[in-house]
Design a protein around this ligand. Structure first.
Ligand SMILES: *Cc1c(COP(=O)(O)O)cnc(C)c1O
Length: 221
């Protein structure tokens, strides 16, 4: 068995069946993705649109491609025909562009709204106030070609587990609040994308439904 296959097997033991594993393959060659594919992995995450499109072209068509990185509006069109879930949506203007491109492709685009939960200034994402303002806005209500499936967040880059847990808890709380206020009639608003190689176990304990794992599967970048 390849080491990639072994790594996936080990990680799967740690995550409940209801939690989806996004194998983050950014910077890794198509051959590494093929190894993961051969042991049954079908969901892969990329953070650059060009790389995502190149890999989509080269690899089997039953792969579900997730865009997990920060996204510029002018790049949305390149992946709008095939991307299965966009995790990092953090503005209304980006949502509008995704809606427009999805409509052109006659698709309903699934997205997650990225929320800022970390203490670091460098992380992207909406504040609680920005998130609720967006969801309340008429502009948002007019978007017909997007479906918001949940929230995404990244914890601070720290070894302080108490801090990481606190941040994941805050995302779960925000999810519950937004769910009851805006999506109580929509059972498909159910995803919380949180947890990476270093912190996915804590994330699952705090309610994650999707973990995005790269280096623990494919090795360091
Ligand atoms: C790279 C990346 C990951 C995976 O990180 P690892 O530490 O390699 O597991 C997860 N989420 C996002 C948004 C990333 O950019």
């Amino acid at each position: 068995m390849s080491s990639i296959a072994k790594n996936i097997e080990e990680i799967k033991k740690e995550i409940p069946a209801k939690v989806q594993l996004i194998a983050v393959s950014k910077t890794k060659p198509a051959s590494a993705i093929e190894e993961a594919y051969e042991c049954g992995q079908r969901i892969f995450g990329e953070n650059k649109v060009q790389e995502l499109c190149d890999k989509f072209e080269q690899l089997p068509k039953d792969i579900a491609w997730h865009m997990i990185g920060h996204l510029q509006s002018n790049k949305v069109k390149y992946m709008a025909g095939f991307v299965s879930l966009i995790h990092g949506v953090d503005s209304l203007s980006l949502l509008k562009e995704i809606d427009k491109q999805a409509n052109k492709n006659k698709r309903i685009q699934d997205v997650l709204l990225q929320c800022f939960i970390a203490t670091e200034e460098t992380k992207f994402g909406l504040s609680e106030e920005e998130l609720t303002d967006l969801l309340k806005s008429d502009d948002f209500k007019q978007l017909k070609s997007i479906s918001v499936k949940g929230l995404m967040g990244m914890a601070s880059f720290t070894s302080d587990e108490t801090q990481i847990r606190k941040e994941f808890k805050s995302l779960k709380l925000l999810f519950d609040k937004v769910k009851s206020e805006f999506f109580s009639e929509d059972p498909s608003f159910k995803e919380i994308s949180m947890g990476m190689s270093g912190d996915y176990k804590i994330a699952i304990e705090e309610g994650s439904t999707m973990v995005r794992i790269g280096s623990s599967i494919f090795g360091s970048r």
